[in-house]
Write a protein that binds this ligand. Structure first.
Ligand code: PXL
Length: 295
């Protein structure tokens, strides 16, 4: 009998320190019973969020040969999942990878990792943003954060958005190709007299069902790098386990909230990421639905 372990091709960088990209994605998906096959895009000593220096080896030149061997092995994947990409040409290579390995039976997820909190990560440039706009056209699902959604749409970054406007953003992003658009870190209701918003939401659009979904979570004043990678990994793991889209998003939000709460009480640099190792076992527990709603 054939084994039933689901398999994901994970196209991301390997950052040696800081719990982002592959060092967050591999443990998260493995804990959910999914096999991760990394296709590394770059090797960094540490991720770039909150560290002012790092070493960076761009692996663009090695990727085609690496992919050729996967083709010769006749590998197939249940999901193709790309994230941090290091150069324009690399984005083109990933496009070719999706053309070859993508099929109506598997899921292509593009997390257009480019920036956060209104600015681009230091390795990014406007040409990469342009290429990323093309790459999302090949995806079934994209998971930009609020900053990345604005960059993809060429909208100025802003700190507030109404339900009507975010719906319009979702429709425009879906119009660029993907059936499903999931925007994270969408600022929620602003409370008069408080500088920060009370909550931050994940808002999604599912074109086949023409449904908007909203999953809210209480604002916790701490940003940890790598949480986007972990969130998308939980969503993918959950979908591969057979959950519905809103249930998968709900699990992602619950898991990240739990990780942040478990980390926030400890005094250590946020740039080291959430204390994932303490929380991974939660992913094996039966799921209790939190709160998702139609928008
Ligand atoms: O988590 C996103 C990410 C991925 N890869 C690298 C990064 C970051 C965010 O800072 O620096 C190298």
């Amino acid at each position: 009998m054939e084994h039933r372990i689901k398999r994901v091709a994970a196209i991301h960088d390997l950052s040696g320190f800081g719990r982002a990209s592959l060092t967050a994605i591999i443990p998260t998906l493995s804990s959910m019973g999914v096999q991760v096959c990394p296709l590394p895009t770059a090797i960094l000593s540490n991720h770039t969020g909150g560290f002012d220096h790092y070493s960076f080896v761009d692996l663009t030149d090695t990727m085609e040969e690496y992919i050729d061997h996967w083709k010769r092995l006749g590998l197939t994947f249940d999901c193709l999942y790309s994230g941090f990409l290091g150069s324009e040409r690399q984005i083109e290579i990933v496009g070719g990878f999706i053309d070859h390995f993508g099929s109506p039976d598997n899921l292509t997820v593009v997390d257009p990792v480019m920036g956060d909190n209104g600015s681009l990560y230091s390795t990014m440039n406007p040409a990469i943003v342009g290429e990323m706009r093309r790459l999302i056209g090949k995806a079934d699902i994209i998971t930009p954060n609020f900053t990345e959604a604005a960059l993809l749409l060429n909208e100025p970054y802003r700190e507030q958005i109404s339900d009507g406007e975010i719906k319009e953003w979702l429709l425009r992003l879906s119009g660029m190709g993907p059936d499903t658009v999931i925007i994270t870190s969408v600022p929620g209701t602003r409370v008069p007299g408080r500088e920060t918003s009370l909550d931050t939401n994940v808002i999604a659009y599912d074109r086949p069902g023409h449904v908007f979904w909203k999953v809210g979570c209480r604002y916790i004043p701490a940003a940890y790098p790598g949480t986007g990678d972990t969130f998308t990994s939980v969503v993918i793991g959950s979908l591969l386990q057979g959950d519905s889209l809103p249930a998968a998003i709900d699990r992602g939000v619950q898991f990240i909230s739990q990780c942040i709460k478990a980390s926030y009480g400890f005094d250590y640099p946020k740039r080291e990421g959430v204390l994932l190792e303490r929380e991974l076992d939660i992913l094996k527990l039966p799921v209790l639905m939190g709160g998702f709603e139609m928008l």
